[in-house]
Design a protein around this ligand. Structure first.
Ligand code: FE2
Ligand code: FE2
Length: 248
């Protein structure tokens, strides 16, 4: 029995692909077939697979039916985290989604799932991605302050959701945690954020995140051990569509 994770399937069985450049290079060619094959070889029915956001390009649940069916048909227990592109998933309606897809998919939001003696907690997270203003020497000299103020609100909301999940798990006696975020835990080049702080506060063993696409973005945030927490990027193109084992 193992726990695996990967993010950013960006399925589009029912929608026309309008993906930006970094989602169009060779690694994305027939990626859903490569991923299905890899899962078929790797995963057993007793395994758990956490999909860390950006599941579908569909703009609503109707446009995601085939994408979600593809996920249902993968082996093992499937747990989903919300990504910034998951328009079909209103966080406040997570309960309805779970009722609809029970027991084939578990949509994780303001709650926790378990794996062995671990509680799995997660939320979309958020990082400020600009726009930044740079000078002739490529140094950051400012940023869009309105966008940054909005980002601060989103971060606060996501932190509260994450804290709710940790607290629920703790109240049920869990003290071992794996924390999932769709967005990287820090802004570009930063090593510290309210999300890393929360991982440390609750003693999470690992922080698993996705969202970063293309060689130029893979090292935007933390990789490996930092302040006792192991950080791993699991975006699908980074892993070349092979789920990453998180725990045995
Ligand atoms: Fe993505
Ligand atoms: Fe994303």
């Amino acid at each position: 029995m193992s726990l695996y994770a990967i993010g950013d399937l960006h399925l589009h069985y029912q929608t026309e692909l309008k993906a930006p450049g970094q989602l169009r290079n060779r690694v994305w060619r027939k990626h859903e077939e490569k991923f299905r094959k890899n899962c078929g070889k790797l995963l057993k029915d007793e395994d758990t697979l956490v999909l860390v956001g950006d599941h579908s390009w569909g703009r609503n649940l109707d446009e995601c039916q085939m994408d979600l069916q593809y996920i249902c048909d993968l082996p093992g227990r499937k747990i989903l985290i919300r990504g910034n592109h998951d328009m079909f998933w209103d966080a406040k309606k997570t309960r309805q989604l779970n009722e609809l897809y029970k027991p084939r998919i578990h949509f994780l939001q303001d709650s926790y799932e378990t794996y062995r003696d671990y509680a799995l907690v997660g939320t979309k997270g958020f990082t400020f991605e600009g726009p930044y203003y740079i000078d002739r020497r490529n140094r950051i000299v400012g940023w869009d302050e309105e966008a940054e103020a909005h980002a601060r609100k989103l971060v606060a909301r996501e932190l509260q959701r994450l804290r709710n999940s940790f607290e629920l798990a703790r109240a049920d006696g869990y003290d071992k945690f794996i924390m999932f975020l769709h967005y990287p835990p820090t802004n570009i080049m930063e090593r510290y954020s309210a999300f890393t702080q929360m991982a440390e506060e609750y003693g999470a063993d690992q922080v698993i995140y996705a969202h970063s696409h293309g060689e130029a973005r893979f090292h935007d945030s933390i990789h490996g051990l930092y302040h006792g927490v192991n950080y791993q990027l699991v975006s699908g193109d980074y892993l070349r569509w092979m789920p990453r084992k998180i725990l045995d």
